[in-house]
Design a protein around this ligand. Sequence first.
Ligand code: PLP
Ligand code: COI
Length: 355
Amino acid sequence: MTETLEIKITKTQHSRLQETDFSNLPFGRNFSDHMFSADYIDGEWTNFEILPYGEIGLSPAISALHYGQAFFEGLKAYKHDDGQVSVFRPDKNAIRFNKSAERLCMPALPEEIFIQSIAAVVDIDREWIPAKPHHAMYIRPFMFATDPYLGVAPSKTYKYMVLIGPTGPYFSKTLRVKIETKYTRAAEGGMGYAKSAGNYGGSMLPAKKATEEGFDQLIWTDAKNHEYIEEMGAANVMFVLDGKLITPSTRDTILDGVTRDTVITLAREWGMTVEERRVSVAEIIEGAKNGKLQDAFGAGTAATIAPVGSISHNGEEYFLSDPKTREFSQRVLTELDAIKYGRVADVHGWNYMVS
Ligand code: PLP
Ligand code: COI
């Protein structure tokens, strides 16, 4: 399908744009005037619609609520200095969307529908995109099962929606992280690589306990022995150890992050050695002790590049250098911003222009 998607558009009678406080945009709290919706019925996607953001009516028996057939994506649109608007690497999210769909026994969504639905709703609400450093329009595409049926079986009907909203970064400070050695986010053969709703539901209790202990995020480790680092709660985790960029290789327990891939691509272009491999807790702690751990950060769409200030393991806290003095994460954040906000040439073709 390459033709333009036919979308029924109903515009809001009352824009909330003027009432929204653009000087305070915490992640995930503000939604723009419109949203996109489509239905999967009788084996095909239909009812493409942009309508005012608001409540939707659903049966309380839908299987998404009972059995978790639900997943999402997260990406961002940016306003360039000249007023143009771009979405960062939506083709990567489209591919991952369908990986999640497959794992959850849900229907694929053609990449063109994914990208055109996002472009259409971003275009309608382009005035909502904050023109401010480190701010963007967060885009949340998601799909969920809508059969009102209590048997444990894949639904026959689904809804695909896109919500968008202006946002600042997910984290507002340098992170104090804890390496989790009791709970598990994902096990081999499970669905860690999918952006399934259940992965996030299951992470909340351990994350809450860590917050009560004063930590900002968890670093998840392997389910078997908690010896290898996997990722953070809302981002992939990356380290600079002895001059090399090191990050856990993707596997079925780890989300294949778009930001992670982008950082790796830039680092390689800059001539840095990049190692995607199993990363042991022991080597990171050793590096933190002997000073070879020069940088550590979360990499994600919502998180952007989020510096880690200290890492705790088994009750010991190891402090890293002041993030402002870190060469790699500073450089990568600056370059990423320059690309996303259109200040340098987009030589990789990462910006999807919304015209
Ligand atoms: N890992 C998890 C668990 C996430 O929720 C996210 C956020 O999307 C990421 C990693 C980073 O992925 P991306 O860079 O594609 O946003
Ligand atoms: C994103 O970065 O888009 C995410 O999905 C993180 C979210 C769970 C807060």
